[in-house]
Design a protein around this ligand. Structure first.
Ligand code: CA
Length: 468
């Protein structure tokens, strides 16, 4: 068989509702849309923990965070663990990672399994980054989104054409503090970006966790985020709207730069000829993001905007152009999918499953009908209580167990445990928990059972207070 090249493009915090192929109301992403138009769009791709490092660890290892150990930010990846790059490399692939790594620094945490790696340190800056290239620090000048693309293209151009490649091309954008380059600085200057329907959410009819979170556009954006003083004389509602425009425009400007740069890479593959048919191109982001939804920025919650990952994939050999998949897929399923497409056995320790049948338009009879999620970093950074839960196609059950559980960088302060249950068909914006509603009694107990079954299957521990 022909081993496919794998070009994995990942940005940081790019929510699917800021991509026009997902029906964005607020921006256009013509180059990303090319991947969807020529390939498949997944409408139900989810992360297992909506945070940078944990999601990245899940993607690389094909395991959940309680297994790979990267439960929180700062719980760095032990690079002796098996990962998908090592497996592909042993199979004869040329492997590289360029851009954001964010799984730790130093010899215990730097990338392993990559012939070439050139990574930002931590989050990395938007301009003039000092990067680490195969263990050596190198100072670059320029806009980081452009640089990461230039370095990726250089590697692609210099590769051995006789062997397949695996490239992780990872943008730092559009992560906070959303700093656009000059080219896009004036974009949206004269327009008002529409506010989302849940912009003025009052956090009633749910657990306390949403109300207590500190990620409000109105109150929690700082000077680095806003970059301008708040104009005087605005009332509270006007000030909130002004802050939203400041935030969302810079965010979308950073996205526009990613879109341009992805277009450059797609052009290169097409101009080179022959590489398109044999290359799997994926665009995703490490998690979703609140774009003013619920009055918030940031992520962490198991709510839809943050749980959902964009995932579009082009592979002309196996995928029908313009197709859409509604089945549930997880970040831990990526690595098994790549191995399957490369004709490599999926190791038993990987907990994800290959989505290759879905790419071919076939759904296995026993495909997952519910997914398990866990956010571990109790109260740190944005005061979001630790929680776990299950999401099916129609429902979502969340348990805020409210405990740091000894995890690194989690705040060791208990909160009263709380449950939430959402009927996504009746309440797609998740504004009204029906947990405790007698009409949903049976649904709640079915989901609770499913949650505990998933925990048992995946080897995660139920919290001691979870006695349902
Ligand atoms: Ca992220």
């Amino acid at each position: 068989m022909t081993k496919p090249n794998i070009l994995f493009i990942m940005s940081d915090d790019h929510a699917s509702h800021a991509m026009s192929c997902y029906g964005s109301r607020i921006n256009q992403t013509p180059n990303l849309d090319r991947i969807a138009r020529e390939g498949m769009r997944f409408d139900n791709c989810f992360c297992t923990n909506s945070l940078c490092e944990p999601s990245r660890a899940g993607i690389l290892t094909g395991t959940y965070n309680h297994v790979n150990g990267v439960t929180t930010i700062g719980a760095h990846l032990d690079n002796r663990l098996e990962n998908v790059a090592k497996i592909l490399q042993r199979d004869g692939y040329q492997t590289a990672i360029v851009g954001k790594w964010h799984l730790g620094q130093g010899t215990d945490h730097w990338p392993t399994g990559f012939d070439y790696w050139n990574i930002l340190q931590g989050q990395g800056p938007y301009f003039d980054p000092e990067m680490v290239r195969n263990g050596e620090k190198v100072q670059y000048s320029g806009y980081t989104t452009d640089l990461i693309t230039d370095l990726s293209l250089d590697w692609l151009k210099g590769r051995d054409r006789e062997r397949p490649f695996f490239l992780m091309y990872h943008h730092k954008a559009p992560h906070r503090h959303w700093e656009p380059d000059d080219k896009h600085a004036q974009l949206y200057e004269d327009v008002d970006i529409p506010e989302p329907p849940t912009f003025d959410d009052d956090y009633s009819n749910r657990a306390h966790a949403a109300r207590e979170a500190r990620m409000r556009v109105a109150d929690d954006l700082n000077e680095l985020d806003l970059k301008q003083p708040v104009p005087e004389g605005l009332n509270a509602a006007e000030e909130k709207s002004w802050k939203y425009q400041r935030y969302i425009k810079d965010y979308l400007r950073c996205v526009a730069s990613i879109d341009d740069n992805v277009g450059r890479v797609l052009d290169y593959l097409e101009e080179e000829g022959g590489a398109v048919e044999d290359t799997i191109v994926i665009y995703t982001s490490d998690q979703g993001f609140f774009l003013g939804d619920h009055g918030w920025y940031d992520k962490r919650f198991m709510y839809e905007e943050s749980l959902r990952m964009p995932f579009i994939i082009r592979y002309p050999r196996e995928i029908e152009a313009g197709s859409v998949c509604e089945e549930m897929m997880l970040n831990v399923d990526f690595a098994p999918t790549w191995l399957d497409c490369a004709g490599i056995d999926i190791p038993d320790h990987m907990q994800g499953r290959s989505c290759r049948p879905l790419l071919n338009g076939e759904t296995p009879g026993d495909w997952q009908q519910g997914i398990y999620y866990r956010y571990w970093m109790h109260l740190s950074h944005h005061n979001v209580a630790a929680h776990y839960g299950v999401r099916t196609h129609r429902y979502k059950l969340i348990y805020y167990y409210g405990d740091a559980c000894g995890q690194p960088n989690a705040i060791d302060e208990r909160r009263d445990p709380e449950w939430e249950l959402f009927d996504l068909q009746e309440d797609p914006c998740e504004l009204n928990s029906v947990y405790g509603d007698p009409a949903y009694c049976e649904v709640a107990s079915d989901l609770t059972r499913k949650l505990h079954e998933l925990q048992e299957k995946l080897g995660d521990q139920r919290h001691e207070t979870d006695t349902e």
